[in-house]
Write a protein that binds this ligand. Structure first.
Ligand SMILES: C=C(O[C@@H]1C=C(C(=O)O)C=C[C@H]1O)C(=O)O
Ligand SMILES: [Mg+2]
Length: 476
């Protein structure tokens, strides 16, 4: 057991906090609508995973976690002062942005300002396809789900910040402050206990692998005979455990094993969507934007020599280069439409993750005007790395032939702050945890030169990051 506390918020902070809160209450009364109040203070370094874990008792079902591969920004959020979930399915990106903008426009902020990844922050994601009817599996998530947390720990380039958010309504009283401080104190004096009760897998089952291969075979024929160039097809694996899975245990394992990936979780009700994705969709900091083209895959070698040989093979393999190039062209075009300059390396490099290596082309651009991260998500999602080419046809074919419900798998997941910075990953190498059960998802890009067996093996590798974190059998 380890104490999370060890830090005190100095009294001067509290005075500032009360003053800020009073200003927010006045503003709410004057405007006759609710106002978001947000305070940011520097704190001693606390482990974000400990913070997340300590919040289990009180905030389970309303927690999130985010860590980028560089560990530039790590965020753990607890509780929600506001949930954004829009119903206008076909304009969901812009609708979420509109709700968010309305909320932060009038926000009262105090303490440290303008720090990326702190203050009012929206965390959540979108499902892959808003047109696919939602099955029971994903009913807690809908086709978009975002939180503004009550308490949030951000580690930004090594420095820890604690954000406290509160919604003030015209009829609220300063008493609200007492409640919030009490909650925060309870949280910060909590004990970290990652739990010994480790879950074990009692059943590990691939869903309809033969049918999946059959669909891949048909898709290869369709690609040969029509204007369809690429289609990403996913399959599912189900796990059943003896105990409910604790998301903090899985996050901890992912953070250790998948150092080159974005590690994330998003809880809602009794469900948790969790994963370790190597693929950035979009990052925006100031007027710089970054995206990643990631497509084309091969296994890791058991020895350095074998690993190098496999990497070399991937870099020169025509099928994988074609699969990759579709993504580079599309992301390049999307970035050029809003950037004054775009940098795209001429040839892909290798990205080596623990269980797999990919062809990798990073893209960087300078925005030529104000462009929001939601506008970029709308332009990019789904890239041909997750959908296919041509885009609309691919999404429609996936809807028709894929047997599973993707839900948030392969959709955009991430955060934006009130200063317009943010980052979204593509939610792959992920799983939906539901008590004693989990659904894992893995897909791959089918092109003309694909084979059903080859693609089946590729998806088997892509299950490994989550399987390993959940204690599954990797068949190695
Ligand atoms: C679809 C997934 O991965 C995508 C497909 C890839 C491929 O087919 O080579 C590589 C990286 C990802 O863009 C997945 O992991 O589920
Ligand atoms: Mg592939």
């Amino acid at each position: 057991m380890e104490r999370i506390g060890g830090f005190f918020l100095a009294i001067s902070h509290e005075t500032e906090l009360i003053e800020g809160l009073k200003a927010a209450l006045d503003e709410a009364k004057r405007k006759k609508h609710k106002i978001l109040f947000s305070e940011v203070v520097e704190v001693d370094n606390i482990s974000p995973l400990s913070f997340y874990q300590v919040g289990r008792e009180q905030y389970i079902g309303e927690r999130f976690f985010w860590q980028d591969p560089n560990k530039d920004i790590i965020i753990a959020g607890l509780g929600k002062v506001e949930k954004i979930q829009v119903s206008a399915a076909d304009s969901r990106f812009m609708e979420v942005e509109a709700s968010w903008t309305a909320l932060i426009e009038n926000a009262v902020k105090t303490g440290i300002l303008e720090k990326e990844g702190t203050g009012p922050l929206l965390f959540g994601g979108f499902s892959f396809d808003h047109n696919k009817s939602n099955s029971l599996l994903w009913d807690q998530f809908g086709d978009n789900l975002f939180y503004i947390p009550a308490f949030m720990l951000s580690i930004v380039k090594g420095q820890a910040y604690l954000t406290t958010n509160l919604i003030c309504s015209p009829e609220d009283h300063v008493q609200l402050f007492i409640k919030m401080i009490n909650e925060r104190d309870t949280l910060l004096s909590g004990s970290v206990n990652f739990g010994n009760g480790h879950h074990e897998i009692i059943e590990q089952r691939e869903i309809a692998p033969e049918h999946w291969k059959y669909t891949v075979a048909n898709t290869i024929e369709e690609i040969k005979g029509t204007d369809l160039k690429k289609l990403v097809l996913a399959r599912e694996m189900r796990l059943i455990f003896n105990h409910s899975v604790l998301s903090e245990q899985v996050l901890q394992k992912l953070a250790v094993e998948q150092q080159t990936s974005f590690v994330f979780s998003l809880e809602t009700g009794s469900d948790c969507f969790i994963g370790a994705s190597p693929e950035r969709l979009i990052k925006k900091t100031g007027n710089e934007m970054f995206s990643t083209c990631l497509a084309g895959s091969i296994a890791r070698g058991k020895t350095k020599q074998e690993d190098d040989r496999l990497g070399y093979e991937l870099l020169h393999d025509q099928k994988n280069l074609v699969e990759h190039q579709y993504v580079v062209s599309m992301i390049g075009e999307a970035m050029k439409s809003v950037c004054s300059s775009v940098n795209i390396p001429k040839a892909p490099a290798l990205m080596k993750n623990r269980h797999i290596q990919h062809l990798y082309t990073p893209v960087k651009g300078m925005c030529n005007r104000f462009v929001s991260i939601f506008e970029m998500i709308e332009k990019l999602h789904p890239t041909p790395a997750l959908g296919g080419l041509p885009k609309e046809k691919a999404v429609r074919r996936i809807r028709e032939v894929e047997q599973l419900e993707r839900g948030f798998y392969s959709g955009p997941i991430g955060w934006t702050d009130s200063y317009g910075n943010g980052e979204f990953a593509v939610a792959i190498r992920s799983a939906l945890l539901q008590g004693k059960e989990a659904s894992l998802f893995a897909g791959c890009g089918i092109v003309e030169d694909s084979t059903p067996e080859g693609e089946y093996n590729e998806t088997s590798i892509k299950f490994k990051p989550m399987l390993s974190a959940l204690g599954g059998n990797l068949h190695e």
